[in-house]
Design a protein around this ligand. Structure first.
Ligand SMILES: Cc1ncc(COP(=O)(O)O)c(C=O)c1O
Length: 439
């Protein structure tokens, strides 16, 4: 199923790159595979692989791609910037314009700092919270993923969960681990109990207000209000990690609309139009603590680089257009309901959780509300479904803990084709199950 060119590239990749991939979430090993698909080019909602095969893809680069590959507005902005220069190491107007656009969309941020990835945004937000409070502890939630900084590699979701090891990482010193706490998501009592014990040492409570890294898992009613109230009552700051959610679900962030009261907001993925760009921001009194004005150091040679911010501005321009999020909602709803209905028609034990243009199909009868539940799924069925879809030209993330992302680049008929492919894939799963039962 994996073409010859991809196989050949895989042999070279394995020799040259650790594990053959530059990020573990790209590996097909958790799917029982070997060589992954090597992509040659991408347009709209499609990949063309190194062997010339075309796929409708819902990976969206794990979230950044929201307007579709090769959008002419972004390409034009990049071409202009290419001519003007790639990197200056001293400020340029585009950085300011991009920052102003973020602030205009997110009232919770009075100032922002641009960085190059979601990991850097969260890592810096944690440092800022510690600098502001003078405290050491960071509280996160099991199955949330916040990038690969040491402090957050504790019972984390996404690639770390897929790769095994329970979402922990080797190489994180005990001292660092001792300064992090990870609690069950959607469990206010657990947070209240921790705060009763250690509340005066907690610098920040860090949360994905809708989790996208143990599959899409929604906060229960009142949960985010409770998290904010408990955190603030003990003097901790709330860090809203919207690296996936920001500008994916609406133009801006979603946390405050669903009950969270953030002090620091982290962004990444969709804001960069596919280039390396992250950001963290807060009210002015907190941002004043960052060097060169304040004692908290954070820097970056590539931070806010001209190419990334040019792509970011162009991308935000597209996203601020009329009806964009309604269209994403419609397409997300149609794909999700079509896929779910197909699976149920073929007697599959599945459920689905969706928010706007992102959803996860769970191979369990009820959608999970926390990481323990998310882990209790039929992994073998997911793997079979993944391969059946790939064979039919539909590229999904090679993990049961990721979301399907719909983009503006997906044409209506591509959504229909994906639903038909899912119908066939589920039929194959059902036949396989009947075959096994008969054998
Ligand atoms: C919620 C969340 N925060 C942070 C990150 C880290 O972002 P990056 O991979 O750009 O470092 C991710 C990446 O998947 C994420 O999903």
């Amino acid at each position: 199923m994996i073409g010859q060119q991809s196989q050949t590239l895989w042999a070279r990749a394995q020799a040259a790159i650790a594990g053959g991939v530059n990020s573990p979430a790209r590996s097909f090993r958790p799917m029982g595979g070997d060589a992954p698909v090597f992509v040659q080019s991408a347009r709209g909602g499609r990949f063309i692989d190194a062997d010339g095969r075309s796929y409708i893809e819902f990976l969206a680069a794990f979230g950044p791609n929201i307007i579709g590959h090769g959008h002419p507005h972004v390409l034009a902005a990049l071409e202009r910037q290419l001519r003007d220069g790639l990197l200056f190491g001293t400020p340029c107007a585009a950085e300011v314009e991009f920052a102003e656009r973020l602030l205009a969309a997110i009232p919770e941020m009075e100032q922002v700092r641009l960085v190059s990835s979601g990991t850097e945004a969260v890592m810096s937000a944690i440092r800022l919270a510690r600098a502001a409070t003078g405290r050491r502890l960071i509280v996160k939630f099991d199955g949330n993923y916040h990038g690969h900084a040491d402090a957050v590699l504790v019972r984390t979701g996404s690639g770390a969960a897929t790769a095994g090891g329970g979402g922990d990482s080797g190489g994180v010193p005990d001292g660092v681990r001792q300064d992090s706490r990870s609690l069950p998501y959607n469990d206010l009592a657990a947070l209240a109990e921790l705060i009763a014990r250690e509340g005066n040492e907690i610098a920040a409570v860090l949360i994905e207000p809708i989790s996208g890294n143990m599959g899409v898992v929604l906060p229960e009613p009142g949960y985010l209000e409770g998290v904010s109230r408990l955190a603030h009552a003990c003097g901790a700051l709330v860090i809203d990690d919207e690296v996936i959610l920001g500008f994916r679900l609406r133009y801006g962030i979603i946390g405050p609309a669903i009950g969270l009261s953030p002090d620091i907001v982290c962004l990444g993925k969709a804001i960069g139009g596919g280039l390396a760009l992250g950001a963290y921001g807060a009210r002015r009194e907190l941002m004043r603590l960052i060097a060169p004005l304040g004692p908290m150091f954070q820097a970056g040679t590539l931070a806010g680089n001209p190419l990334s911010v040019s792509a970011g501005i162009a991308s935000l321009e597209v996203l601020s257009g009329p009806g964009v999020y309604d269209l994403l909602e419609e397409r997300g709803a149609r794909l999700a309901s079509g896929v779910l209905a197909a699976g149920l028609r073929h007697g599959q034990s599945i459920s689905l959780q969706r928010v706007g243009s992102m959803f996860t199909l769970f191979f369990r009868t009820a959608p999970p509300t926390n990481y323990e539940q998310a882990k209790a799924h039929d992994g073998a069925a997911f793997r079979r479904f993944f391969w059946e879809m790939l064979q039919r030209g539909i590229y999904l993330a090679p993990s049961p803990y990721e979301a399907w992302f719909v983009t503006l680049g997906h044409a209506e008929d591509e959504i229909s084709q994906a639903i038909s492919a899912a119908d066939e894939a589920f039929a194959a799963l059902a036949q396989g199950a009947a075959h096994n039962a008969g054998a």
